[in-house]
Structure formats: structure tokens, C-alpha cells
Design a protein around this ligand. Sequence first.
Ligand code: PHE
Ligand code: NA
Length: 453
Amino acid sequence: GSASTNSSAVTTHWGSRLTFILAATGSAVGLGNIWKFPYMAGANGGGAFVMMYLAFIAIIGAPMLMNEVMVGRAMRRSPIGSMLKMTEQYDIAKFWRAIAWMGTIAALVIMSFYSVVAGWALDYIFKTGSGLFSGRDAEFVGSVFSQELAAPVNMMFWHFIFTALTVGIVAAGVIDGLEKALRFLMPLLFLLLLLMVGYSLATGDVAAGLGFLFTFKPEDLSWGAVLSALGQAVFTLSVGCVSMMVYGSYMAPGQKLGSTAVSVALLDTSVALLAGIAIFPIVFAHGIEPGAGPGLVFVSLPIAFADMPGGQFVGALFFILIAVAAVSSSISLLEPAVARMTEVLNMSRAKATLIVGSCTWLLGVGCVLSFNAWSDYTIAGKGLFDLLDYITANVLMPLGCMLIALLVGWALPRSFARGQLSELSQRHFALWYFITRYLVPFGVGVIFLFNLV
Ligand code: PHE
Ligand code: NA
């Protein structure tokens, strides 16, 4: 059951528990899994990074997903509206509202570079589908991606198409239609990934690829890599920038938060690991540099499509499904700002979405140019694209998680969380509460500190 969300106040509920899981999984599973996870694992030395990433999913990502959702569900407004209401209702410092402001803005910044990458995927639907890669080798596939980055107008075009797609869906109301499409397309993406895994294991350098991904080499663990693993864990679960909070505000009361969070984390993690297993044997079989950076997926998978029977069509379908997964994530990046604008500005959903989408597209143009015309302008060796990617995932989102842990664990009474998690046994609640009060603030704090010094 879906309902329209055109009214200014949040009054609708996701139809069922399954619908919320679908929406939250839709937000979680996206480019973070298929594009970012492999390239981050590759750039940070593989196994040790992957272990840390898995640990952070379990002890920070999933518990903080519960935190964010419960705040939205309890307050039933946009994240900014929810935090405002919360500070009044519980008579706590106005400072806490910063969580929602920071998160709403971080989500828009993510949208700007996220839709550039999604634009590459859209372009690659046609590149692969036209047979461009058929029968070609790794060198050719690599040169196609270099040309992609060297052509700003083409990138802006596809980045525009992706932004327009998202704006269209958000303007029409988040809930309508989304769940029906995802119920069918997500399993399809999963199946296609399995196919890629099978192909990669049959034809790639399995020992080198899986060895790289799963061999724990502690000497690879710099504090920088630990922060990147934390950043990847929160980015991939969409926690720390209020996307899950805004979805929580549409969640019906009485649904079980704990098992929902675990389901979302498991689904998201399986997609990321499958993507890694599909990519790295190919990377090593063809002498691609694992630390090649943001283009890793685009220079490795097309090699498989190039010599797989029917690869032209499998590849096109694969990039279509990546684009769909990206749209279902980007929706949750625009929604916090759009929800707030319709709440207070007496503005239609369509108008608010158009304004917000135009802003993120414009910032995305800067990201596009950072690969070519503006490539000389860097801060700490990073162009605008890398900088926004780094700051959102490695600074703003972990900070958001830390603040929300402090809010729920310290500023609010224990009874708030206990009421929201009434389904948990005494022991499970105590464990979760300990994580929220101590482990997350302390853990994130220590990682930040060691990265500063
Ligand atoms: N989790 C999404 C992905 O993995 C990205 C995202 C981050 C979406 C933050 C919403 C909020 O692709
Ligand atoms: Na993800």
C-alpha cells in the first residue's frame, strides 16, 4: 500500500514493514556498493580495509541506522523539523538541531558528485549496449574511461539526465511507485551480480583477487585507512546525513527497528562483497592497478562484458540496474531538504525539488570540471570531486553518527530509546545502548583524533 506525500506535513506511513525495508535498502544499496566499495578497498590495500569496514558496519553503521530512524519516526517531520520539535519537547539545547542542518546539507553535497558517477553509468549503458567494448582489451576499455573524464560537456549531459530523473521521482512523491519497481529490480541486480561473480571466478585471477580482498595484512592499517573504512561503512548504509531519518518519519509506529536495521545492513553488505568478488579477479587478471581510483569499476567490468557471450546485452542491463540502484539512493539525498522546504515555505513539492535539484546539479558541474578544465585546482592533492567525496563520507557522516549517538545516548532520557526499541529483549537493548552511549562517540572520536595528529 502506498500513499501520496504531497501535503506539507508528513502524514503518511510506509504501507508495511516490507515497504520500509525496501525503501531503506533502496537508499542503502547504490553506487556506494558497486562503485565506491571496490575502489576504496583497492586504494586502501584490500583485506585489512575490508575487515575494518565489516566491523564498522556491525558496531557503528547498523546501530546508528536504528538511531536515525527512531528520531524521525518519533517526531514525524522533516529532519530539520524533527530536531526542532525534539529540542522543544525534551527541553534540550538548540545545538542538537545542527545534526539535521548538517545532514541535510551533506546529503545535497553527496548528491552533487553521486549524480556525476551515476551519469557515467547512464553513458555506459549505451556505450556497452552499442557493442563498443565487444572483443576489445583492457587497454581499450581504460582509454574509453579516460576519454569519458576528458569530455566535460558529455559528462554534464548525463549528470543532468540523472539529476532530472531523480527530481522527477521526488517531485511526484517518494512513496508512489518506488516500492513496486524496487521489489522487482533489486533481486534482478542481485542475480546479475551473481552472474558476474560466476564469470569472474571462472575467467579471472581468483587467487590474487580474493587474496587481495580477504587477506588481513595488519601492516596496511594506517589511521587514514581506518577512517576511510569508517567513512565507507556509514556512506554505504546512508547513515549520518539524515536520509534514514526522513525515511523513518514515514515509517509506521510499532514496526521492529532492530531486525529491520540488521536486514538492511546484511543486504547492503552482500551487494558490496559480491561487487568486490566480481571485480578484483578481473582487475588482477588484466594487470589493472587496484588503487586506480574512482574509475575502477568502469575500467574493469567492461573487460568482462567485452569477451563474455552476449556481454553487450548483459553489460547494458547491468549498467541499467546500477543506474536504478543509484536513483533509489539519490531520492533519499534530496528528500530531507525537499521535506523541510514543503514544511515551512508553503511551496509545492515539485517547485522545492526543482530548486534543490538545480543547486546540486550546479555543484556537480564543478565536480565534472575537476576531472578536466579545473584539474589543476586541488586542496591536499584533491580536486573538487575527490574533496566532496572525502569530506562527506569521512568527516560529515561520521560526525553526524557521533552527534546522534550523543543525542540519543546522553541528551535524551533512556526511556526515549527504550520506548522506540520496545521489541528488543533487556539484553539486546543494553548492548545497543552501550554501543550508542560509549562505543560510537568514543570510537569515532579516537579515529578523528588520530587522523588529525
Ligand atoms: N548509501 C548509498 C550508496 O551506497 C549512498 C547514500 C549515502 C545515500 C548517504 C543516501 C545517503 O550508494
Ligand atoms: Na550502500
